[in-house]
Design a protein around this ligand. Structure first.
Ligand code: NDP
Length: 309
């Protein structure tokens, strides 16, 4: 297998990975960055981003990531296509295999592989993604203000996002597959006490309706089999996220939900010289701006680590 040496390897090309690259590039570390299977990350499957500071008119997610990419390249990051297929962090020189054909020896590694939203798996969900279907209420809820929307899920994310939507939208339907919420009692109570938020219990999504944009949802009662169509303009999925950590799981400490654990207030993992930033280590905030902030932390921590020699 071909081998190569580098000071700093960054894995992942979302806001976290690119911000780490910009900082590391400006610190003359000449990082190598692998983009992975979804170059640009989750923002490439969204439309307008209106909550990232510095863009008063908003910006398209894919365009923003293109700009991140250019900015990283401008400061000397070697941005490459390719996915990491295995790692060996047992020695101080960290080994990372790319596409099963290139072995990179890196003194420091920044993991920024993100997380992926879980989807229901319906054809209509895929077809209408970005045209009324979204997995992020905080990102896309604003486009449905004063309209009717539905959201699927019963955990804290669904509770939090349905409450968020209830402040913007005329009516919010929360579609829950059981007869109770998994969310914390406090959140569940707030959901139940919100007048324009209606919970449809024991219900699963049979189909999202609409040709070019969402016009409704057909739900099925799991006890009676009864179908119901609800007219809506926006459909949100909030059934959890999966951090992209499977390739690291035997090498690095993960929490009970498979997110990478970092030492509080730093980007340091339990392995010396390996850092993590962005959604792969954050199951709470999951915003582009928080990911970018933690990417900066990872680069500064890596720079300090490398300076120690
Ligand atoms: P969870 O895994 O906690 O909840 C997922 C929810 O989606 C469950 O209610 C589950 O139903 C439902 N679900 C899963 N698959 C399907 C499906 N195919 N169809 C319909 N419904 C489905 O994920 P969350 O993202 O909500 O939360 C992740 C973690 O983050 C939790 O520990 C949570 O407490 C935490 N969190 C905390 C917050 C806070 O403290 N403010 C905010 C957000 C998250 P079922 O219940 O039947 O399994």
């Amino acid at each position: 297998m071909k081998t190569e040496q580098t000071k700093l390897l960054i894995i992942g090309a979302g806001p976290a990975g690119y911000t780490a690259a910009i900082y590391a590039g400006r610190a003359q570390l000449n990082p190598v960055l692998y983009q992975g299977p979804q170059p640009g990350g989750q923002l490439t499957i969204t439309t307008d981003v209106e909550n990232y500071p510095g863009y008063p008119e908003g910006v398209l997610g894919p365009k923003m990531m293109e700009d991140f990419n250019k900015q990283a390249a401008r400061f000397g990051t070697d941005v490459r296509w390719g996915s990491v297929t295995s790692v060996d962090f047992s020695n101080s020189m960290h080994k990372v295999i790319v596409d099963k054909e290139l072995e990179i020896h890196a003194r420091a590694v920044i993991i920024a592989t993100g997380a992926s939203a879980k989807w229901l798996g319906l054809e209509s969900e895929k077809r209408l993604n970005g045209s009324g279907v979204s997995a992020c209420a905080v990102c896309d809820g604003y486009f449905f203000r004063k309209q009717d929307v539905a959201i699927v899920g019963g955990g804290d994310t669904a509770a939090e996002e349905s409450l968020y939507l209830s402040k913007l939208c005329r009516k919010v339907y929360l579609i829950v597959r059981r007869n109770e919420l998994r969310a914390s009692k406090f959140m569940a109570q707030r959901v139940l006490n919100t007048p324009n938020l209606e919970v449809r219990w024991n219900s699963v999504t049979d189909e999202i309706l609409g040709d070019k944009t969402v016009t409704g949802v057909r739900i099925k009662n799991v006890n009676t089999g009864e179908m119901n169509e609800i007219p809506i303009q926006g459909f949100f999925v909030a059934i959890g996220h999966q951090p992209n950590t499977s390739v690291f799981s035997k090498q690095i400490e993960l929490d009970e939900f498979d997110y990478i654990q970092t030492k509080p207030g730093t980007a340091q993992t339990n392995v010396e010289g390996v850092f993590a930033c962005g959604d792969v280590q954050d199951r709470h905030y999951r915003q582009a701006v928080t990911a970018a902030g933690s990417g900066c932390m990872a680069a500064l921590d890596a720079e300090r680590y490398l300076a120690r020699g």
